[in-house]
Design a protein. Structure first.
Length: 390
């Protein structure tokens, strides 16, 4: 099977999209598929990766608001590459311009749109959710849904990573929508990596003793992650019981997050952990992961924490909420600092051991990245089989 993925969000600077794409190329090669990814780059070119697969760059300008990323200025060079490649499957990984570029290509390949982004939750619902109902916001952003409906007509399948987005897409009149969760490195994240010595050191960094609870937050320092809300709620809840927060991430909101931390000695910001083995050990060694983003399409960090046997404190909306379970954590109303503070207070009053036992049992059920790609490629093969049968 020959697959071409048009990926507008891929950047050599790293991030979740690059990690996902690189693993996808390697898994496709190992499974015997010929796969290439078309990306916006500094110049035209092609690179064959050591793990298998190819990156085909199209010379593209930088985004004005974030120079790490570029955008396809024109559909023509992308269409020319698709004409030359003649894939069996062509995938668009963004609901914006990339979806239009792939939808408008006139080749014979089956087409798939993978919703790696949820613009309505990330922007519109977050911006206006405090003053308007989602139905009202959807009407105000009808241009987006109209655009998506028009593009989706040209796709054989639309894939969402969580059932909540699938439901919203279906309710918006978009057909052929299916749910396929993402996966994690099952061989890396595990409760067996827990280190009580590391936990004690991290609590000491927060100027707390081992009797305190240790919370972990991991993710980009960007507005939709709602780190100031989390810091505020942790500060409120820890007034009655000692609790530390280690926040791991980097991004453009660093200054505002440091301002939110202020002089609180129990909250520490760590500028990213590049060592994945160390990150896995930190996850397994904390007492709970606290997550603030209700606009995740899946919640990869939450899945990694779940695979590490970590109790979870999660919002009740978005992809991450699919991991919520009262037996192994707490749930709060999305974007509500008072609700999060109450959830943290409830967590502090609970016995940790039953939660950790339930979380460790659930860890075995988190989907691996290998299973995710197997299911994805099987669904693509089924599309090709249906075309041949027709």
């Amino acid at each position: 099977m020959k697959i071409v993925d048009v990926s507008a969000f891929y950047t050599p600077h790293g991030g979740g999209v690059r990690t996902y794409v690189d693993r996808k190329l390697a898994h496709a090669a190992a499974a015997g598929h010929d796969m290439a990814v078309i990306i916006p780059g500094a110049h035209d070119g092609e690179e064959r990766l050591p793990g298998g697969g190819r990156l085909i760059s199209v010379a593209s300008p930088k985004l004005i608001f974030d120079g790490r990323y570029r955008y396809f200025r024109s559909a023509d060079p992308v269409h020319a590459i698709l004409d030359a490649e003649q894939p069996d499957i062509v995938e668009a990984s963004s609901p914006w311009r990339t979806a239009n570029i792939v939808a408008d290509w006139q080749g014979s390949a089956r087409k798939a749109l993978f919703m790696h982004a949820d613009p309505m939750s990330t922007y519109a619902y977050r911006w206006f959710g405090q003053i308007a109902h989602k139905d009202t916001i959807d009407r105000g952003f009808a241009f987006f849904w109209n655009h998506l409906r028009r593009a989706a007509e040209q796709f054989d399948t639309i894939i969402c990573a969580n059932p909540f987005l699938t439901e919203r897409m279906t309710e918006a009149g978009i057909a052929r929508v299916t749910t396929l969760p993402l996966g994690i490195e099952a061989e890396r994240f595990s409760p067996t990596h827990r280190s009580e010595a590391l936990r004690a050191r991290l609590l000491a960094e927060c100027q707390l003793g081992p009797e305190a609870r240790l919370l972990l937050g991991v993710g980009r320092l960007s507005p939709e992650k709602r780190w100031p809300m989390i810091i505020n709620a942790v500060t409120k809840a820890s007034a009655r019981h000692p609790m530390g927060l280690i926040l791991i991430g980097h991004g453009r909101e660093r200054a505002s997050i440091l301002k939110a931390i202020g002089g609180n000695p129990h909250v520490r910001l760590v500028d990213g952990v590049e060592d994945r083995e160390m990150l896995a050990t930190i996850m397994a060694s904390a007492d709970a992961l606290v997550h603030g983003c209700e606009s995740e399409t899946f919640g990869l960090v939450v899945a990694e924490a779940a695979a590490s046997g970590l109790p979870l404190i999660l919002p009740d909306e978005g992809g991450a909420s699919g991991f919520a379970d009262k037996a192994r954590g707490e749930v709060y109303r999305a974007a509500k600092v008072k609700s999060l503070a109450r959830a943290l207070e409830a967590f502090l009053q609970r016995d940790l051991e039953p939660m950790r036992t339930a979380a460790a049992a659930y860890a075995r059920d988190v989907m691996s990245i290998q299973d995710h790609f197997d299911q994805l490629f099987q669904s693509y093969a089924a599309l090709i089989d249906r075309r041949l049968a027709a």
